[in-house]
Ligand binder design. Structure first.
Ligand code: ZN
Length: 171
């Protein structure tokens, strides 16, 4: 094992031990529940958006909160992701998710320097991409984030405005 691998291993273990963003918070702009049946990982994740005060880049991810259980890789990946997307525009968070999916399909080779810079600590999971059985563990949180962002971006078609706030319905 190279020293780089050990460093990465350490980072994953530390995040798994005290995961960031863990503990569902009230509210939230979108929520998703995801399971990885092959490993038994599961997560319920909420994305909390805030309006972008500069007004240009759309809503900003104020915070990600989640509750879940599973293997160290799934828990650590959720934790690193929560750190990474906090405070970035929603579109940037979606882009980071795409980049992380590319990393997980790199078969251990990693990505170019710009992509890895953007992913920061999430590049610690590069080694995981060599193990097809574990890729879904690392992607669980990102799948939940993508889904939660989609929920946040699109009003639920099944819910009529009157169902949300019947007291304020115009008559
Ligand atoms: Zn797992």
């Amino acid at each position: 094992m190279s020293s780089m691998d050990q460093l990465y291993q350490q980072l994953i273990l530390e995040h798994a031990k005290s995961p960031h963003g863990k503990g569902l918070r009230a509210g939230g702009s979108g929520e998703s529940f995801q399971v990885n049946p092959t490993c038994g990982d599961e997560v319920r994740l909420r994305v909390h958006l805030a309006p972008d005060l500069a007004g240009a880049a759309g809503p900003v991810v104020e915070r990600v909160s989640w509750e879940g259980q599973g293997c160290s890789i799934s828990q650590a990946s959720l934790s690193v992701m929560a750190d990474l997307v906090e405070g970035v525009p929603m579109a940037t968070a979606e882009g980071l998710g795409e980049t992380f999916r590319e990393l997980m399909h790199s078969r251990g080779k990693g990505l170019d320097e710009d992509a890895e810079d953007a992913l920061g600590d999430a590049t610690a999971f590069t080694g995981v991409s060599q193990y097809p059985a574990r890729i879904k563990c690392a992607l669980l949180g990102w799948a939940a984030l993508r889904d939660a962002l989609a929920q946040a971006g699109t009003p639920d078609p099944d819910v009529a405005p009157g169902d949300v706030a019947p007291d304020q319905e115009d008559r």
